[in-house]
Design a protein around this ligand. Structure first.
Ligand SMILES: [Ca+2]
Ligand SMILES: [Ca+2]
Ligand SMILES: [Ca+2]
Length: 315
């Protein structure tokens, strides 16, 4: 009995000791960056394998919007992790290494020169076939080859653990999202001037959506928060918001979560809008002076706001 009790005490002590070590060294917090990323101790960070192929430039941007970088074999450890991930693959995946700006001068997203990387070339590579191959891919056997950046390939995004990845009340480690308790949503203003499509991609990648206005209150809130934010776009009057009209007959405006605009809770158009100037205005924008919606070309460059809903909508 005493022996059993002693063993139990020893077990409890060991468990507590391990827990203490985990808390001290942050081992318990591995899942804290993003739910769609997996912590990999050998990589000292989180990795997401993107199975939906994309051209290199899109892949780089996708990782960036996710708060990560397009992964490269910048050291032995990361190269080993990447080779391991490729074992079950049938086709090559992009790495973050490219020579887009200078033929043959390869550099990773982190700015590390290929000469510093411990890679093994595939047979006959690099060959810059027809002077068209500026991006490096890793093959299922772990070797590296140069390949067309425009081709679509799978890829890996990598986030190095820095200890600053705490998830906020907005459910993200992105500190630029701030909660408004009155609407129950978190918002992030992007001053970048991008197309509606790019804004939509950025918000989705960040774990939210291009803002959907659900009330007069929310429209007013956005204008109060962001009307005076400095932007460098050629067009200063509007921001992209989350609705569009994808049909040529312009009969239907849909929010990015698939509902009819009039069912979202706010569908006030500014005076004389929507006016579909030159038949090109298929995307939603909000006037920054709180006058309501405007239809605007999807391919025009505007700033935008992303939304992550946290609580049930109150306003
Ligand atoms: Ca090649
Ligand atoms: Ca909303
Ligand atoms: Ca318009």
């Amino acid at each position: 009995m005493i022996a059993n009790f002693s063993i139990s005490c020893v077990h409890i002590f060991i468990v507590l000791y391990i827990l203490a070590i985990e808390v001290k060294y942050g081992l318990a917090g591995h899942g804290e960056f993003r739910r769609d990323y997996t912590y990999t101790p050998e990589a000292k960070g989180w990795i997401k394998f993107h199975r939906v192929p994309a051209p290199w430039l899109e892949a780089r941007l996708k990782c960036y919007y996710e708060g990560a970088v397009l992964m490269s074999p910048v050291n032995e450890q990361l190269y080993a992790v990447m080779r391991n991930l490729m074992l079950s693959r049938a086709d090559a995946s992009f790495t973050g290494v490219q020579s887009l700006t200078s033929t043959g001068d390869y550099i990773s997203i982190e700015g590390i020169n290929l000469l510093q990387m411990p890679i093994q070339w595939a047979k006959g590579e690099p060959d810059n076939l027809n002077d068209t191959e500026r991006c490096l891919a890793i093959l299922p056997d772990g070797s590296i080859s140069d390949t067309k950046c425009e081709q679509v390939r799978t890829y890996m995004c990598y986030k190095e653990k820095t200890g600053d990845e705490t998830i906020t009340e907005c459910g993200t480690s992105d500190k630029e999202y701030t909660l408004d308790n009155r609407t129950g949503s978190c918002y992030k203003f992007h001053p970048d001037c991008v197309t509606w499509w790019r804004a939509h991609m950025a918000c989705s990648s960040e774990g939210g959506y291009l803002v959907i206005i659900n009330s007069e209150f929310e429209a007013k809130l956005l204008n109060e928060r962001y009307a005076t934010k400095k932007i460098k776009c050629h067009e200063l009057r509007f921001i992209h918001v989350g609705f569009l009209n994808p049909y040529s007959d312009r009969a239907y405006w849909f929010t990015v979560d698939g509902k009819r605009l009039e069912d979202a809770g706010y569908d006030r158009w500014a005076q004389n809008e929507p006016n579909n100037v030159a038949g090109t205005e298929n995307c939603g924008s909000l006037l920054r002076n709180n006058e309501g919606f405007n239809d605007w070309p999807c391919n025009d460059y505007l700033p935008f706001v992303c939304e992550i809903p946290i609580h049930n909508r109150k306003n």
